[in-house]
Design a protein around this ligand. Structure first.
Ligand code: PEP
Length: 259
C-alpha cells in the first residue's frame, strides 16, 4: 500500500494569526507522525512562518502555485526558488481554480511542472473534469488531454518526484463529493494512463482525490485501492476536521484497506 498523503489547501483564507493557530494545532496533532504524510499549502505570504513552525515534523509545506520563470519582471508572481528558500518543498499546480478562474492552459502548467521539479519542489498536479464533461461521457478524454498536456516532455525518475490529484471540478467546494466508486474507477484509469507513459513506476505514484472530502466521507474514499490520500480545501481550514481526516487515514494505514 502506498503511504497516504493528507494535504490541506488553505486557498485565500486565514489572517496571519489564524494561519499560525491552524499550523500550531496541526503540529500538535501530527507530532511524530510517521504512518501518514501530511502537507499544508498556506497562502504564499505565510509559507515561511508556517514552515518554521512545522520544521522537524513530518509535514510538507508548499505553495498553491508558482510562476515558471527563474526570476524577472513578473509583478505579483512567485518563483519555485522563492518557495524553496522560504521552507517549502511542494507546490500545487493546475488546480481547477487556476485553470478555470485564471485561464491557465495545459502547456503553461507543464512549464510550471518542469520548473518545480528542476528546482526540487514536488508538484501536486491537479486534473479533473467539469460536470458537463462527465455528463457527456468525456471524463477520460478530458483527463488524457490534461495529463498529456501538463506532462508533455516531463521526465520522472522516481515516484516521489510528483503527486497527482484527481479533482472533479463539480466536487470542489460544492459539498458533493464523487462517490468512492466514481473516484476509484477514474483514479484507476489515471494510473493506467501513467503506466503507459512511465511504466511500472505507476504502482508507486500517489494519486490523491480532492473534492468535498470531509470526516464523514473520508473513510470510504481513502479505503479505495487507487486513492492514496486527499487534497482538502474547506475541511482543511479547521484543525478539528483536518486532524480527524488524518486520524482516519492513519487507521486505514494500520488496519489495511478492506473494501
Ligand atoms: C480543493 O480546493 O482542492 C478542494 C478539493 O476543495 P474542497 O475540499 O473544499 O472541495
Amino acid at each position: 500500500m502506498r503511504k497516504l498523503l493528507i494535504a490541506g489547501n488553505w486557498k485565500m483564507f486565514k489572517t496571519f494569526d489564524e494561519a499560525i493557530d491552524l499550523a500550531k494545532n496541526i503540529e500538535k496533532f501530527v507530532r511524530n507522525e510517521s504512518v501518514v504524510d501530511v502537507a499544508v499549502f498556506p497562502p504564499a505570504t505565510y509559507i515561511h512562518v508556517v514552515s518554521s513552525l512545522l520544521k522537524n515534523r513530518s509535514i510538507f509545506v508548499g505553495a498553491q502555485n508558482i510562476y515558471p520563470e527563474e526570476e524577472g519582471a513578473f509583478t505579483g508572481e512567485i518563483s519555485a526558488k522563492m518557495v524553496l528558500t522560504s521552507g517549502g518543498s511542494m507546490t500545487i499546480l493546475g488546480h481547477s481554480e487556476r485553470r478555470n478562474v485564471f485561464g491557465e492552459p495545459n502547456d503553461f502548467i507543464c512549464k510550471k511542472v518542469k520548473k518545480a521539479m528542476a528546482t526540487g519542489l514536488i508538484p501536486v498536479l491537479c486534473i479533473g473534469e467539469k460536470l458537463e464533461e462527465r455528463e457527456a461521457g468525456e471524463t477520460e478524454s478530458v483527463l488524457i488531454g490534461q495529463l498529456e498536456g501538463s506532462l508533455d516532455g516531463v521526465k520522472i525518475d522516481s515516484p516521489d518526484e510528483i503527486v497527482l490529484a484527481y479533482e472533479p471540478v463539480w466536487a470542489i467546494g460544492t459539498g458533493v463529493n464523487a462517490t468512492p466508486e466514481q473516484a476509484q474507477a477514474t483514479q484507476a484509469f489515471i494510473r493506467e494512463w501513467f503506466r503507459g507513459r512511465y511504466g511500472p513506476m505507476a504502482d508507486k505514484i500517489r494519486i490523491l482525490y480532492g473534492g468535498s472530502v470531509k470526516p464523514s466521507n473520508a473513510e470510504k474514499l481513502l479505503s479505495q485501492a487507487d486513492i492514496d490520500g486527499a487534497l482538502i480545501g474547506g475541511a482543511s481550514l479547521s484543525s478539528e476536521s483536518f486532524c480527524e481526516i488524518i486520524a482516519i487515514a492513519k487507521r486505514i494505514s494500520i488496519e489495511g484497506k478492506c473494501q
